[in-house]
Design a protein around this ligand. Structure first.
Ligand code: NDP
Ligand code: 8X3
Length: 252
């Protein structure tokens, strides 16, 4: 059955991978982000490759009013969202908790936690009314283990786990499902953003092992949303083969 899939942060990495995967399976998309050119290019490519409908919404997920207005602007036939993928997120820097910038950490917390919560608050009530829906939150292995230079980011992803678990509890008397995907090392723009545009520093994060990519995570997301309706995949921790924890890897 054709679904409507809403993806935050679909302009690169894991979100873009999810857009490609769901479109390839014939599902209609609502893709969001802050880069108008990337949204337009992905829309045009996926519509012509797969004949699906793609709506683009340009807004900063931290701006609640912009998010509300963007969702309200959707055409009637694209409002019955079946899958919400709360993916938009980032980290800035590798600073110690007692030394880093509170302003940068506001950005990380507002994006990874408060915006995820706001998107859930905006979209899930209609799913409950319709008795149908799946919420996929992109957490991280970072939410399981803190690591050096990751304090605040790890805290946000621990919050994603708590929000996912809490939502699953709150929806237990409904047919809705909630999944927290917890990736390890995935090569996307994530580390370029973390190192403030320093590509060489970003490349070092993945040196000597084969990292996952956005399409690998999209495969996992797709699988969790297509398993039988009596099955709820609560969490998936997915890492490269040569990664064992957030900090232990084997590199050649
Ligand atoms: P990318 O940097 O490639 O993608 C991040 C996406 O988030 C972009 O599409 C970006 O869109 C969007 N985004 C960021 N801030 C905002 C904002 N304020 N408003 C709207 N969109 C925003 O990284 P990933 O694909 O790796 O990251 C996706 C998710 O996966 C994040 O939540 C990240 O924490 C998580 N994750 C990543 C891992 C990795 O190793 N890469 C591992 C575990 C989890 P735009 O710039 O257009 O706004
Ligand atoms: C991103 C992966 O290992 O940098 O969530 O925390 S990691």
């Amino acid at each position: 059955m054709k679904k409507i899939v809403f993806i935050t942060g679909a302009t690169s990495g894991i979100g873009e991978g999810c857009a490609r995967r769901f479109a390839a399976e014939g599902h209609d998309l609502i893709i969001t982000g802050r880069k108008a050119d990337r949204l337009a290019a992905i829309k045009s490519e996926l519509q012509s490759a797969y004949g699906v409908r793609v709506e683009t919404l340009l807004f900063d997920v931290r701006d609640r009013e912009a998010a509300r207005a963007a969702i309200a602007s959707l055409p009637e036939e694209m409002r019955a969202i079946d899958v919400l993928i709360n993916n938009a997120g980032l980290v800035i820097g590798v600073d110690k908790e007692h030394e880093g910038s509170l302003e940068e950490w506001d950005i990380v917390i507002d994006t990874n936690v408060k915006a995820l919560l706001a998107m859930t608050r905006l979209i899930v009530p209609d799913m409950v009314s319709r008795g149908r829906g799946h919420i996929v939150n992109i957490g991280s292995i970072a939410g399981d283990y803190a690591y050096p230079g990751g304090s605040v980011y790890c805290a946000t992803k621990a919050a994603v786990k708590a929000l996912s678990d809490g939502l699953r509890i709150d929806l237990v008397d409904t047919p809705l499902r909630v999944t927290n995907i917890k990736p390890g090392l995935v090569e996307t723009n994530f580390s370029v953003t973390r190192f403030r545009g320093d590509q060489a520093a970003a490349d070092k994060v993945y040196a000597g092992l084969r990292p996952l990519d956005g399409n690998d995570i999209a495969d996992v997301v797709y699988w969790t949303t297509t398993c039988p309706e009596h099955m709820q995949i609560a969490e998936v921790l997915v890492m490269p083969t040569h990664q064992a924890t957030g900090t232990i890897t084997y590199r050649q």
